[in-house]
Design a protein around this ligand. Sequence first.
Ligand SMILES: N[C@@H](CCOP(=O)(O)O)C(=O)O
Length: 496
Amino acid sequence: MEQVFYNSTRGSIKNISSSQAIIKGIAEDGGLLVPEKFPYVKDMLVKMKKMDYKELAYFIMSRYLTDFEESELKACIKGAYGSKFDSQDVAPVKKVGETYFLELFHGPTLAFKDMALSILPYLLKTAVKKQNINKEVVILTATSGDTGKAALEGFSDVEGTSIIVFFPEDGVSEIQKRQMTAHKGKNTHVVGVLGNFDDTQNGVKEIFTDNEYSELLDKKGYMFSSANSINIGRLIPQVVYYFHAYLNILSEDEIAKDEKVNFVVPTGNFGNILAAYYAKEMGLPINKLICASNDNKVLYDFMGSGRYDRTRQFFTTISPSMDILISSNLERLLFEISGKDSEKIKELMALLKDKGVYDITSEMKEKLYDFYGGYAKEEETKNTIRKIFKTKGYLMDTHTAVAYNVYEKYLEETKDDTKTVIVSTASPYKFTSSVMTSIDEKYAQFSDFKLMDEMSKLSGLDIPQPIKDIETRPVIHKTTCPRDKMKDVVSDILNI
Ligand SMILES: N[C@@H](CCOP(=O)(O)O)C(=O)O
């Protein structure tokens, strides 16, 4: 297999191995680590058709994680995609009307983050061993709702690691919050930040790139890594399910060999849709990557104008995992469409930090051709949930509904009849109140927890096992902190 090395988008790191990249999480210059090239596998799609999820995961991931031995990577995959998923298929594709839903919420925390965070702890542990590191790895995570619980689940009681999750105290659903604050695990810490997700993510990134603090940590026997999609070890496992979805539809003869499909991705931090872009670069026949936003439509505006402008009102919406104005992984796309120009990326990221706004060049904008941006207002999201449930009997969560609504607008505008896959990122059970009141306002009188039963009665879907007893689970993690005290909280937790 051809070796693939990793570079920082901002130029300070060149040619490190995949295990080094996974351990690092983010480069010291604040840049993100990217593969130097994309392995091309289009000619092998027919061969891949016969693979189950684990075989496919090995096929794709082994082309990126080239310093992992076959036995090491296979062990990671086996550990990750087993009994914790409630579907044999791991990521089933459901046809609803003429559209396909790629359901990524069958893992232990009911969101797509499980697809990568089930395997990241295994990859990290293997990488640490390969690099002969004998420090405790502290996983710092910022979450707008879903990553946090998936990371806690993945890293709980993993030897040689501890995990600290920061979430916006008032910016997640009740069920998301309880999933995190009631989480058990000796090495886990959960902290509510008195700010929004951008504050939370910026705070974490500042800690990561504080070199003096890293030195202190090093002396005390610790090192940081990330469970967010800034870590390339989060992103690569996500590429797999785009192939899986395509091959699934191909096997069902819904499309012909080499026929292109569209993917519609509810987007916040840009990791999920970037994984689809990586799949396209690897030769997966993709027509459009439809980037769906909620009222925090910074990406929609960017796709249309080439101007990224985070200086705007931040909205707390019913699709909280997408309430983000600084979309981390866009930096990786900018790097690709600039012709891997790290000087340009440094300039744009400095503008983003200092002024909150940057413009890409017209050449870069042309390369956004693969993408289509759209957004759904709150009422549109609610109407979509109600309409699709009433007309097709399919119950979606709020994030998936944003994607579906944007797809309807795309269809209306383009009349594109390419087969389309909606990426369904979370179970409706994580957002019971928003989903149920979309169907009928009468549900507004019940709490999120009580609505789990109502949802089950209405939809005929069983309450997922991992959250059955969530209402009565005691809250263990009660710490909150202002945005500018996050580093102090980390120091307290680590006792340094
Ligand atoms: N939507 C995310 C925000 C963090 O994104 P990530 O993909 O970088 O982990 C969440 O639910 O926490």
